[in-house]
Design a protein around this ligand. Structure first.
Ligand code: ATP
Ligand code: F6P
Ligand code: MG
Length: 441
């Protein structure tokens, strides 16, 4: 019950203990009686490998570990609470679903209406709400939790973080990420085979990653066939000395072919507004991006045609939805199972207002505000990006001015508290930061 997990494992010698989270797991005392539990599960946002596994394991966990049998599936994301039907979930119904991609409950963007959702929870007598989704979904879950608290309802609200983009902070990584990276290898392999089979072949692969380039970075590091990885966090330019065109020319001269991986959110500043207006948003308010892969492919082709000194053969591969619409692999299945079990144990113990997640290799309960305060991004002054640059041997596309700016904009690259932060942090008498632990009813 009292075990905690530190957010930062590497700290200065004299710095304070920092933020700790409650360790997840079964408790000796449970808050809910089995027969009084009425649980529901909802999936929101984009698809991600492993959604069905999490649903399955929540249902089986509640049923087999705690004898809970009243479990509802909410159809079609947040709006399903008030605008759609529900599905009764039993171990039999969910038995085989982990073998399928997608979510048997359906999902959606937009439609988060706090009052209508909490009215529906109240009217149906639901007292455990399991919400599976990405950064937007966790923000929505926090709003629901606050409203439930305001109304004084005895309802546990638990988030299970889902994102192939890996853009949720604090947690080590989200379920589905490994599967997506693995599937991306197939596209990169195809790009490589095409590129090396033809003179001056270029294989260009676009991968998901709206604001965070983790999939592109890990897929590149895993593959070894990638010559250049472009991500939203690392600005790049096309023309002139040190630009992308110059690098392409150099690689083609050296190797006769090359593979480029580009994350969907990279290089948006280089694109024209002709594909869609720049301020267009999806139903959840996420900015709709232009197809950077298509635009950059065309620009590369035009450049080399204009130059007339080298004829190139570019093949553009866009596996976007293929990497997230598949079932989770073995390691993600394990990950999903443990997350679902942690969620069930926490809710049964009466914890609420938190997301379950792996922190430094341990399962924890993380208060919503910690998850929602920022977005996880690749830190281009940190080790991983440096490792990638060493692996591909690509230019950093940065001038010293950009490096200085990036350093100022992010937290310290080595993850250590600087002196100022260290001074601000105070260690409470019992060594635990009370407000960092989910509320215990
Ligand atoms: N700030 C917010 N407050 C309340 N609800 C929100 C907020 N942001 C998003 N939501 C709701 O959360 C749901 C999912 O959000 P979104 O479409 O951004 O996907 P996500 O959870 O971020 O997943 P992903 O981006 O990984 O696909 C939507 O129904 C949306 O209305
Ligand atoms: O087309 P949709 O369903 O909005 O999903 C696209 C988005 O989903 C994500 O994969 C996040 O789930 C982003 O990388 C991508 O921009
Ligand atoms: Mg999101």
């Amino acid at each position: 019950m009292d075990d905690t997990v530190p957010q930062k494992v590497v700290v200065h010698k004299d710095s304070p203990r920092g933020v700790h989270f409650r360790r997840a797991g079964p408790r000796q005392k449970v808050y809910f009686e089995s027969d009084e539990v009425h649980a529901c599960i909802v999936t929101c946002g984009g698809l991600c490998p492993g959604l069905n596994t999490v649903i399955r394991e929540i249902v089986c966990g509640l049923y087999h570990m705690y004898g809970v049998s009243r479990i509802l599936g909410i159809d079609g994301g947040y709006r399903g609470f008030y605008a759609k039907n529900t599905v009764t979930l039993t171990p039999k119904v969910v038995n085989d679903i982990h073998k399928r991609g997608g979510t048997i409950l359906g999902t959606s963007r937009g439609g988060h209406d706090k009052s209508k959702i909490v009215d529906s929870i109240q009217d149906r007598g639901i007292n455990q709400v399991y919400i599976i989704g990405g950064d937007g979904t966790q923000k929505g879950a926090a709003v629901i939790y606050e409203e439930i608290r305001r109304r004084g309802l005895k309802v546990s609200v638990v988030g299970i973080p889902k994102t192939i983009d890996n853009d949720i902070p604090v947690i080590d990584k989200s379920f589905g990420f490994d599967t997506a990276v693995e599937e991306a290898q197939r596209a990169i392999n195809a790009a490589h085979v095409e590129a090396e089979s033809i003179e001056n072949g270029i294989g260009l692969v676009k991968l998901m990653g709206r604001y965070s380039g983790f999939i592109a970075m890990y897929a590149t590091l895993a593959s070894r066939d990638v010559d250049c990885c472009l991500i939203p966090e690392s600005p790049f330019y096309l023309e002139g000395k040190g630009g992308l065109y110059e690098f392409i020319e150099k690689r083609l001269k050296e190797n006769g072919h090359m593979v480029i991986v580009i994350a969907e959110g990279a290089g948006q500043d280089l694109l024209s507004e002709n594909l869609q207006p720049l301020d267009q948003k999806d139903a959840s308010g996420n900015k709709l991006l232009q197809d950077v892969g298509l635009c950059i492919s065309q620009k590369i082709k035009d450049h080399f045609a204009r130059q007339n000194k080298m004829s190139i053969n570019l093949k553009y591969i866009d596996p976007t939805y293929m990497i997230r619409a598949i079932p989770s692999n073995a390691s993600d299945n394990v990950n999903c199972t443990l997350l679902a079990q942690s969620a069930v144990h926490g809710a049964m113990a009466g914890f609420t207002g938190h997301t379950v997640g792996l922190v430094n290799g341990r399962h924890t309960y993380i208060p919503f505000h910690r998850i929602n305060e920022k977005q996880n991004k690749v830190v281009i002054t940190d080790r991983m990006w440096a490792r990638l640059l060493s692996s591909t041997n690509q230019p950093s596309f940065l001038d010293p001015k950009d490096i200085e700016q990036a350093k100022k904009a992010i937290e310290p690259a080595n993850g250590l508290l600087d002196d100022e932060q260290a001074k601000k942090a105070k260690e409470p008498a019992n060594g635990l930061l009370d407000d960092e632990c989910p509320e215990d009813k």
